[in-house]
Write a new protein. Structure first.
Length: 493
């Protein structure tokens, strides 16, 4: 009999074989033998698609602006890749073209594809078409998608399930950001920007959290919640939704849950299907008891700092056990995961100063990361070098950003990283405004223009026992790399 928790209908536990048959009326596209050209093939997501397409026996070509490591790797696998975007890169007999969201409408290869009259797909559309060939597991949420996707993929593989996966970040323990397996499962991030996750019809979907973001695209928070509701409504027949049982916006989105779809909740509240109790910090990392469907599975711990990663671990546990991984195996494997690149990654210990790099670019993420750093490293002083990402995000969330640096001793702010915004939007906000608002909330902050000048400032002021974290979704990680060299590395990671 169905149960209700927090007003959410929670379905009965289903055996693993529920995920061995998918009958939702979606017919997979025929890929074998098709000639597919990818514009921007070297990107995190596109490179994963390229490998999946090759695995499906497609004939893949591609292009990118620069010959980076991923381009070299794909070329070593026999994929023909052109550097630079030119009309002649598109094969005359191409069957379909896939492009990244960053490709402009006047891109010469895109123009040529239109002239040839071949089908053109965005990345998310092709991701959805590929997912239809597998038992899809799509992980959504404002925060934590990459960590949770990488963690689940790692745990499933360690448990003997050879999953396919595409993660929005490099996972060292998985050998990259994507992988092709022989199994029936395909794990991927489901991004809400541009409503791209509505292209996916997974068998299992996770909703980690919902907060205001991408307000250059969405009108307001309610529109974001509605989009997540549409995503939930698109889950395959008799599928499963794994949802944050304590997030009020997730609760609203779950109103779209169909009667045939099971809902599994996770959180730190005992009314959730999966929850953690008796949390204890040991050397800055959490130990806890893991409960599943009313049973105490036992005690475990995680090697990623921060309470937010306890929540990610609960989501991973819920998905893995619904797929069929035994609870004791989950307990054993959770601590083995060491994280994804640019999520509180240790860059080195230089001159007695610990240097980290982190992807946080939203106020909630910033607060969670700073709290995790304080718990894990207990630095004498915490220096945060934060590069705002997008003028529109900075403008819409200016007050929230200003309040989020309370746990940093000093926040250093360079110019805002420009992406997607119009020139008019760029004129409405700047980094100096953010610095002034940080001061208004009683925290110390300084605007410094240019990465070299930031490194000069830090090299002059940091002392042994301090910790510096570079933070943001742009290219601020370069400061961390240079600072390690400037201070003289004691040890480098």
């Amino acid at each position: 009999m169905d149960r209700t928790r927090f007003g959410i209908r929670v379905g009965r536990v289903r055996p693993a074989h529920r995920f061995m048959v998918v009958e939702d009326g979606v017919q997979p596209m025929r890929i074998a033998g098709k000639r597919v050209h990818l514009i921007g093939i070297g990107g995190i997501g596109m490179s994963g698609l390229a490998q999946m397409l090759v695995h499906c026996n497609a004939i893949v070509t591609g292009s990118d602006q620069v010959a980076g490591p991923m381009v070299s790797y794909l070329a070593s696998k026999g994929i023909q890749i052109s550097i630079g975007h030119r009309p002649e890169n598109i094969p005359e007999n191409v069957d379909m073209v896939v492009m990244t969201a960053a490709v402009r409408s006047d891109n010469p290869e895109l123009v040529r594809a239109r002239q040839l009259g071949c089908p053109i797909y965005k990345y998310a559309q092709m991701l959805g078409l590929l997912m239809n060939r597998y038992h899809g597991i799509a992980i959504s949420g404002t925060h934590g998608k990459s960590t949770t996707t990488g963690w689940l993929s790692f745990l499933l593989r360690r448990a003997g399930i050879d999953v396919n996966f595409v993660v929005g970040a490099v996972v060292g323990q998985l050998g990259g950001s994507s992988g092709v397996g022989q199994g029936h499962y395909f794990v991927a991030e489901a991004c809400e920007y541009d409503r791209s996750f509505l292209n996916l019809r997974p068998t299992m979907a996770a909703v980690l959290n919902i907060e205001p973001d991408h307000l250059d695209y969405y009108k307001d928070l309610q529109e974001i919640v509605d989009a997540f509701g549409q995503f939930i409504a698109g889950v395959a027949f008799e599928g499963t939704v794994v949802a944050n049982g304590q997030d009020p916006c997730v609760h609203q989105a779950l109103a779209a849950l169909r009667p045939d779809v099971e809902c599994v909740t996770f959180g730190l509240d005992e009314r959730c299907s999966f929850y953690a109790t008796d949390l204890e910090l040991v050397d800055g990392l959490y130990n806890f008891n893991l409960w599943a469907d009313g049973r105490n599975l036992g005690r475990t711990h995680i090697c990623l700092p921060g309470k937010h990663n306890v929540m990610n671990a609960l989501a991973v546990s819920a998905m893995a056990m619904r797929i069929g991984v035994p609870g004791q195996t989950v307990l054993r494997l959770l601590p083995e995961f060491l994280g994804v690149e640019r999520r509180l990654s240790i860059k080195g210990l230089a001159g007695g100063v610990t240097i980290l790099d982190d992807y946080a670019h939203h106020p909630t993420e910033i607060k969670a990361s700073l709290e995790a750093i304080r718990q894990r490293y207990r630095p004498s002083r915490l220096w945060c070098v934060f590069q705002p990402h997008q003028h529109s995000r900075t403008r819409f969330l200016l007050e929230e950003f200003a309040q989020s640096f309370g746990l940093a001793d000093v926040t250093v702010v360079p110019q805002i990283y420009f992406v997607r915004d119009s020139e008019q939007t760029r004129q409405t906000v700047n980094s100096q405004m953010l610095v002034e608002r940080i001061h208004g909330y009683g925290s110390q902050a300084v605007f410094i223009d240019g990465f070299e000048a930031i490194c000069d400032y830090l090299a002059e002021h940091v002392v042994p026992g301090d910790l510096v974290v570079t933070m943001g979704a742009g290219d601020i990680w370069k400061v961390a790399d240079v600072l390690v060299q400037r201070l003289g590395a004691d040890s480098k990671v």
